[in-house]
Design a protein around this ligand. Structure first.
Ligand code: AMP
Length: 210
């Protein structure tokens, strides 16, 4: 099964992708996580990407298209995968099509900008393994410490309020048109935001079955 999870920054794409990955037994591929680890490791891609990311802009398409092609060529993606945070532009979606990748479902997590702004303020991520948490909705067992690896939890530079506003503008201008793109291909499944993570997962699973 090949899935895309679309949605505004902070809509819960990473959280739902991780849950679906476990339930469906296919890897979640997050370009945001790949880029953050490249930044941390100081690779050439990381150096190129950092200033775009910190400013809330998109990293150039050619960088992303390369990263995704390399990741999808790994053996664990042979039986399917879930894309989280990619494609984010029509050019990225067209590159996937040109590479012969066809999707069974494109889940679009629907949430208002106001809800996003409130939610991003509490979001934390693990500096070591990339796992994500929320201080109220999905807290770690020990405040500030990753349940999975014991790493330190931090707020992402790009989750600060002024950057969140810019990322929402970028989302509406560059990424939202992908909904029409995939609706025309008959694979778009909108999923309304739910009050809890589990309720959203149930709505996602129901959308996948329908
Ligand atoms: P995310 O964790 O998906 O919210 O991504 C964090 C940041 O990484 C974004 O704000 C962009 O700067 C960059 N990024 C991640 N995925 C992409 C993508 N598919 N295209 C362009 N930039 C991306």
């Amino acid at each position: 099964m090949k899935l895309i999870i679309l949605g505004a920054p902070g809509a819960g794409k990473g959280t739902q992708a991780a849950i679906l990955s476990q339930r469906l037994g296919i890897p979640a591929v997050s370009t945001g996580n790949i880029l953050r680890s490249a930044v941390k490791d100081g690779t050439e891609v990381g150096r190129k990407a950092k200033e775009y990311m910190d400013a809330g802009h998109l990293v150039p398409d050619e960088v992303i298209i390369d990263i995704v092609a390399q990741r999808l060529a790994q053996p664990d993606c042979a039986g399917g995968f879930i894309l989280d945070g990619v494609p984010r532009t029509i050019a990225q979606a067209e590159a996937l099509e040109q590479a012969g990748v066809a999707f069974d479902n494109v889940l679009s997590l629907e949430i208002t900008d106001q809800e996003i702004e409130a939610r991003m303020a509490g979001r934390r991520f693990c500096h070591s393994c990339g796992a994500s948490y929320h201080v109220e909705n999905a807290p770690p067992r020990v405040p500030g410490v990753c349940d999975q690896c014991g790493g330190k939890l931090e707020q992402r530079e790009d989750d600060k309020p002024e950057t969140v506003k810019r990322r929402l503008e970028v989302y509406h201008a560059e990424t939202e048109p992908l909904k029409d793109f995939y609706a025309r291909r008959g694979v778009l499944c909108p999923v309304e935001n739910q009050p809890t993570i589990e309720a959203t997962t149930q709505a996602v699973l129901a959308a996948l079955k329908s």
